[in-house]
Design a protein around this ligand. Structure first.
Ligand SMILES: *[C@@H]1O[C@H](CO)[C@@H](O)[C@H](O)[C@H]1NC(C)=O
Ligand SMILES: *[C@@H]1O[C@H](CO)[C@@H](O)[C@H](O)[C@H]1NC(C)=O
Ligand SMILES: *[C@@H]1O[C@H](CO)[C@@H](O)[C@H](O)[C@H]1NC(C)=O
Length: 291
């Protein structure tokens, strides 16, 4: 190689090093959050009202798959109504905050998507059963449980990546709302801990533990069921509660976007599936390196 060629190669190498690795912007992070809110709002909207998000809320994204009105007692119906309103408001809020940068809601699957996650959580047992979160109070609460803890860990993981204090404040406020939802869900499930989840031969606490185990396995650990950890693989009875999933400092867990996508895609951030059969929209989507 001639001297001038060598100089050029050296100069190019220096440029490559100097070029910033594609930085994640606040808009990328808020759009990632918007994808999660699209999922939650869609699920609760169907469960509470029997209809999904309108095209304005979807940002003209496709109509969701698999949602329907849940069969709920009046108390749980009230809960569903309130949370549906919160999640819809989050979608609208993020769209306003992002303005023209907001992505459309991606293809959302709140039917077979739930069944796929539960099938994975229960592993080989009960392979031919199809879970639906719309059949009764307990199934609805379990469906909500599958989602809420993931939302909390996603916001907690994203918060330190945000540059603007305004956005950080907004993300903290949304995370607090999701944490209220998660705490309520876990409490309601704990109160029904001994109830059998039909048609599975599993008590509610065990069902929740299996969902938590799956989220831990693919989502970087950072998950806990609604009862205190099992001793020697056997759940203590009467169950002691574990309503707040948190580390030894009682700090809520934080997940990276990749860990979140591992869960909501049903196994791997590299392979869209489950709740997002075509993946999420925006620059943090699992197909490229995602923080
Ligand atoms: C879409 O739904 C939101 C929330 O319910 C509502 O505020 C808005 O008016 C609706 N937009 C249209 C065009 O129906
Ligand atoms: C699951 O499939 C097996 C084999 O087809 C069948 O014997 C069993 O009854 C099924 N279980 C349920 C709950 O449908
Ligand atoms: C996925 O992210 C990459 C960059 O990280 C981007 O180039 C691509 O357009 C994104 N895909 C979608 C569907 O937004």
């Amino acid at each position: 190689m001639g001297r001038s060629n060598l100089l050029i190669v050296t100069a190019l190498a220096a440029l490559a090093l100097a070029a910033p690795s594609q930085a994640v912007t606040d808009a990328d992070i808020l759009n990632f959050a918007l994808n999660l809110e699209c999922l939650e709002a869609t699920f609760y909207s169907y469960a509470a009202y029997g209809s999904g998000l309108n095209s304005t809320l979807r940002g003209d994204g496709p109509v969701a798959i698999g949602g329907k009105k849940a069969m709920l007692s009046s108390a749980v119906q009230n809960y569903a109504n309130e949370v549906a309103r919160d999640e819809i408001n989050h979608v609208a809020f993020l769209r306003t905050a992002l303005g023209a940068a907001a992505v459309a809601c991606p293809q959302i699957d709140v039917g077979p998507g739930f069944a796929a996650i539960v099938k994975a959580a229960l592993a080989s047992a009960n392979m031919n059963m199809t879970f639906s979160p719309y059949d009764d109070d307990l199934d609805f609460l379990l469906g909500a449980f599958i989602l809420e803890d993931v939302g909390v860990t996603a916001y907690n993981g994203a918060a330190p990546l945000l540059e603007s204090k305004k956005n950080l404040g907004a993300a903290a406020s949304i995370m607090a709302t999701e944490a209220y939802h998660g705490g309520i869900i876990r409490t309601l499930l704990y109160q029904r801990g001994y109830d059998m989840v039909k048609p599975y031969s599993l008590q509610t606490v065990d069902f929740a533990q299996k969902v938590s185990n799956l989220r831990a396995t693919v989502g970087g650990g950072k998950d806990q069921g609604i009862t205190s950890p099992m001793a020697n693989g056997v759940m203590n009875t009467p169950y002691s509660s574990n309503l707040v999933p948190a580390d030894s400092n009682s700090l809520v867990f934080a997940r990276t976007p990749t860990e979140v996508l591992n869960i909501v895609y049903g196994g791997s951030a590299a392979k869209p599936g489950a709740f997002y059969p075509k993946g999420v929209n925006g620059n943090i989507n699992g197909t490229a390196s995602t923080a």
